[in-house]
Design a binder for this molecule. Structure first.
Ligand SMILES: NC(=O)c1ccc[n+]([C@@H]2O[C@H](COP(=O)([O-])OP(=O)(O)OC[C@H]3O[C@@H](n4cnc5c(N)ncnc54)[C@H](OP(=O)(O)O)[C@@H]3O)[C@@H](O)[C@H]2O)c1
Length: 301
């Protein structure tokens, strides 16, 4: 297949590209500058110049391809500093998904849309659980936008991601390291027993490829290798890496201590991927997140 990949130059997208090319697919990667185009060409991909705001570039990329994987998102850092910008970024994402979907309407060409893992109370969330509903504090609507496309005859599916890691980046754990460095303590909320799911980036890239090849319309996949790693263990690994004390923060102080991460820091997000593994034959083999945190070079993080 020729696969249009948005975000092909990003942390996850840049691992999806070699995974696809290495298994006989071709890639048309979205690049918004010369640097991105150069990296994609070096990786053996074709280049679609444009951006999420350039809807014609998205239409062209989708029209030329047999499938689309959407991983681009305006950088999450904006959320940290400016919620208004994040609201705008979510709107840009929604419009991009709708634009690509309109091109794929009435075809069997797969469209995989990236989202985050869902939530459940007192048990592991499964693929059947709804996503985090868009709200004033977290207005992202990627999944709902993809699901709405199903009614319009689009072969859409959703890839829900946990903390995706290697020894350089680890999803929301990366800003957690920055907060610990800035504050001089590595913190968790309450007893720190709340859990975050995780997966190594190479396993995640392979799962996108499997979903492309074997996936069904309307499916929700969980790219989860570890169901839940206690925040206390994550904070302890960070404390060791930065050589700072590990402390507990009261829930009512979480917002003040963690800033934008206050929304996530105390959240128990244990997540199963049993259905995904069974349906797609996915068997994650990469290192776990605590191993990657142990091997990270904190002086450069
Ligand atoms: N990493 C995680 O643990 C994690 C967890 C849950 C969900 N996710 C979601 O997974 C997706 C990929 O994450 P990631 O970690 O790979 O993110 P990333 O490293 O920040 O990559 C983002 C990608 O989007 C591109 N992009 C940003 N703004 C753009 C714009 N205006 N027009 C076109 N392209 C644009 C970037 O291009 P440039 O290279 O030109 O900047 C880059 O290719 C995102 O939707 C993210 O929210 C990630």
């Amino acid at each position: 297949m020729l696969v249009f990949v948005t975000g092909a130059t990003g942390f996850i997208g840049s691992r999806i590209v070699p995974e696809l090319i290495g298994t006989g697919h071709r890639v048309l990667g979205l690049a918004r500058n010369d640097e991105g185009a150069k990296a994609l060409t070096a990786a053996g991909a074709q280049v679609q110049r444009g951006g999420l705001e350039d809807l014609e570039s998205l239409r062209s990329g989708a029209a030329a391809s047999d499938a689309v994987i959407h991983t681009a998102f305006r950088h999450f850092q904006h959320f940290r500093h400016d919620l208004t910008r994040f609201v705008e970024n979510c709107e840009v994402d929604k419009r991009a998904i709708e634009t690509i979907g309109a091109v794929l309407e009435g075809s069997s060409r797969p469209f995989i849309v990236t989202s985050g893992v869902g939530v459940a109370q007192g048990r592991a969330a499964t693929e059947d659980d709804p996503p985090i509903p868009p709200s004033a504090t977290y207005p992202r609507a990627s999944e709902g936008t993809a699901v709405a496309l199903l009614e319009r005859g689009v072969h859409a599916s959703v890839m829900r991601l946990p903390q995706v890691h290697d020894t350089v980046k680890q999803g929301l754990i990366t800003p957690l390291v920055a907060i610990a460095r800035a504050k001089g303590v590595s913190a968790y909320v309450g007893d720190g027993h709340n859990r975050w799911p995780a997966a190594h980036v190479t396993d995640v890239a392979r799962l996108y490829r499997l979903a492309l090849e074997r996936g069904t319309a309307g499916a929700r996949y969980h790219a989860v290798a570890e169901e839940g790693v206690p925040l206390k263990d994550i904070a302890t690994a960070i404390g060791r890496g930065l050589n700072v004390p590990v402390v507990s923060i009261a829930p009512e102080q979480a917002q003040e201590h963690f800033g934008f991460l206050g929304f996530f820091a105390g959240r128990d997000a244990q997540t199963s991927s049993a259905q995904t593994r069974a349906k797609l034959g996915w068997n994650p083999t990469g290192p776990d997140v605590l191993t990657d945190l142990g091997n990270m070079r904190y002086s450069q993080a």
